[in-house]
Design a protein around this ligand. Structure first.
Ligand code: ATP
Length: 266
């Protein structure tokens, strides 16, 4: 059994002509692995994330969580809940996705109730907060009563609280300032390296510096297909496919040349 998320020869085309979507994509993210997914606009990244989350069907191929294939048809409510617990989605600007009116603690209980997670929900909420380096007392506050960095952490705790083993983070740092960006990325990296409950991470990101900082391995999509993949360092310094080269060439000049990369910190 392969733990985590596995896509095997997955195709999802949006139109009959077959010009848009993803084709024959295989990739795996095991707990503890950090994988970047990059590609120009329209390359198929969001489509792939939707298929990986079971929101769009794999017309060909297979998506499996912890070795168990997702059903081709929309799964029933019970199976759906099981799946949601295993693989969680982290949206763009995670803190901005918190409900401003509700106490943060409530927002850590809601997904557990919704997904009928077994066990003591309050305890799981405290554990999730500890994993992201926050004290449990923050649960009594609302988003505007904590710092932006703390809110980001709570949002990540919310993704963890159901017992997720893999996070799909779709442009989670777009629009954040440099320090906040690094805070989120470093936290994701630390969570992936947690010795007790290592997390798998698929990071969809157009910021190649963020990918270099966080992801051991990177997959390049172009025209809906995987055109290059491998260890992030060599892939970004010696790209072989023109699509990868174009992404690397479009990278803005490094304004923080001393930011540690994944390679330097691992
Ligand atoms: N619901 C849809 N119906 C029809 N075509 C779609 C749909 N969603 C996406 N597409 C098309 O599929 C292709 C891949 O789009 P997708 O959004 O997956 O790319 P992306 O790499 O995520 O792009 P971006 O970086 O701009 O978000 C594009 O040609 C897009 O126009």
């Amino acid at each position: 059994m392969s733990a985590g998320l596995r896509l095997d020869g997955v195709t999802h085309l949006h139109d009959r002509a077959g010009t848009a979507g993803v084709r024959d994509v295989s990739l795996a993210v095991a707990p503890g692995e950090t994988v970047g997914l990059v590609g120009r606009s329209g390359a198929g990244k969001s489509t792939l994330v939707s298929v990986a989350l079971g929101l769009l069907p794999a017309q060909r191929g297979e998506v499996a969580y912890d070795g168990r294939p997702l059903p081709r048809r929309r799964p029933g409510p019970r199976r759906s809940r099981e799946l949601r617990r295993t693989v969680q989605w982290v949206p763009q600007d995670p803190a901005g996705s918190l409900d401003p009116r509700r106490h943060l603690g409530r927002q850590l209980l809601d997904p557990q109730r919704r997904l009928r997670v077994p066990g003591d929900h309050e305890q799981r909420a405290r554990e999730a907060l500890a994993r992201v380096g926050l004290d449990a007392t923050i649960a009594t506050r609302r988003p505007h009563e904590v710092s932006g960095g703390q809110a980001q952490r709570v949002a990540l705790a919310r993704a963890l609280v159901t017992g997720a083993r893999v996070l799909l983070a779709d442009e989670p740092v777009t629009g954040l300032d440099h320090d906040r960006r690094d805070d989120v990325l470093d936290l994701l990296l630390a969570l992936s390296r947690d010795p007790v409950a290592p997390l798998g991470l698929l990071l969809v990101c157009h910021d190649l510096d963020a990918v270099a900082r966080t992801c051991a391995r990177t997959v390049v999509l172009d025209g809906g297909r995987v055109v290059e993949q491998g260890p992030t360092g060599p892939l970004l310094t010696r790209p072989t496919h023109p699509a990868t080269r174009a992404l690397v060439d479009a990278r803005p000049p490094d304004v923080h040349p001393h930011a540690p990369t994944h390679q330097e910190t691992s």
